[in-house]
Write a protein that binds this ligand. Structure first.
Ligand SMILES: NC(=O)c1ccc[n+]([C@@H]2O[C@H](COP(=O)([O-])OP(=O)(O)OC[C@H]3O[C@@H](n4cnc5c(N)ncnc54)[C@H](OP(=O)(O)O)[C@@H]3O)[C@@H](O)[C@H]2O)c1
Length: 261
């Protein structure tokens, strides 16, 4: 299937490693020209330098700190100066674990800024060229915690639910202009973030990291964590020409982990 991504321009946030890097790499494999943004340009450049020869699209690293509005605007200025992008993949670092009872106002505000408000702002800045061209794809990474709140991840559950409300609202505003807006909800995909969360749970409960991971795997009908590539393949389909009639949706990529209908 030709995904129609050759020479499309894409910006992927949080793309120095993990899910964002896998998405950026896969978009480039499909022929897109990709900007991979994160705080550590060196880490991003390291995986770009190892891309195999069959990757058709060009990837460049850009600096972005989602906690810093000036950094967000600097990236938007640079991208708009080149005509904007066709595909925007919104992604951020995950917030610290913790309970709803203990989360402070400062934690809510700081993490809301980096995970939500600045993503809304950046998307708003990058939308006009998509609307003018009558083609755009906005995919935002959330979490299975939106549908089934994850214990001890209060900030993630709360903030990402707000992001879902934004994504759905925006989708209806731009649907008749050729721009689709969707969210993807990872369950447990094997990245550094999941290792950190399993380690945190192990420290909290006195279990080993392997015991924590085994208990998590037991809750996933597929019986294992997903791979970043399995996650990226779904995102890249949503970013493609082929997914023109999918908008305002939230798509689970969780091996069946979420039990509700
Ligand atoms: N993996 C999963 O199963 C899973 C499940 C549910 C939700 N999620 C969420 O999905 C997102 C990506 O997950 P992941 O597993 O890929 O995490 P990860 O491996 O920790 O990668 C996070 C990425 O975000 C970047 N980042 C962090 N803070 C940033 C900031 N202030 N500004 C710009 N970029 C920033 C990091 O790069 P730098 O450090 O270089 O900036 C890195 O590239 C996270 O929000 C995570 O909570 C993941």
């Amino acid at each position: 299937m030709d995904l129609g991504l050759t020479n499309r321009r894409a910006l992927v946030l949080g793309a120095s490693k993990g899910l964002g890097a896998a998405i950026a790499r896969t978009l480039a494999t499909e022929g897109a020209t990709v900007i991979a943004a994160a705080r550590s340009e060196d880490t991003t450049r390291a995986w770009i330098s190892e891309l195999p020869a069959e990757v058709r699209g060009r990837v460049s690293a850009a600096r972005l700190d989602l906690a810093d509005r000036a950094s967000v605007d600097a990236l938007a200025d640079a991208v708009l100066a080149q005509g904007g992008v066709d595909v925007l993949v919104n992604n951020s670092g995950g917030p610290p674990p913790g309970t709803a009872r203990e989360a402070t106002a400062e934690q809510w505000l700081q993490n809301f800024q980096a995970m939500a408000a600045h993503i809304f702002h950046l998307t708003g800045r990058l939308l006009p060229p998509m609307l003018e061209r009558g083609w755009g794809r906005i995919v935002t990474i959330g979490s299975s915690g939106i549908e089934q709140p994850i214990p001890n991840l209060a900030l993630s559950n709360g903030i990402r639910t707000a992001v879902l409300g934004w994504s759905k609202t925006l989708s209806a505003e731009v649907a008749d202009r050729g721009v689709t807006v969707n969210m993807v909800l990872p369950g447990r995909i094997q990245t550094d973030r999941v290792v950190q969360l399993d380690t945190n749970a192990a420290n909290r409960t006195g279990k080993s990291v392997e015991e924590v991971a085994a208990a998590a795997r037991a809750q996933i009908p597929v019986g294992r964590y997903g791979t970043p590539q399995e996650f990226a393949d779904v995102v890249v389909f949503l970013a493609s020409e082929r997914a023109a009639y999918v908008t305002g949706s939230k798509i689970r990529i969780d091996g069946g982990q979420t039990r509700s209908l």
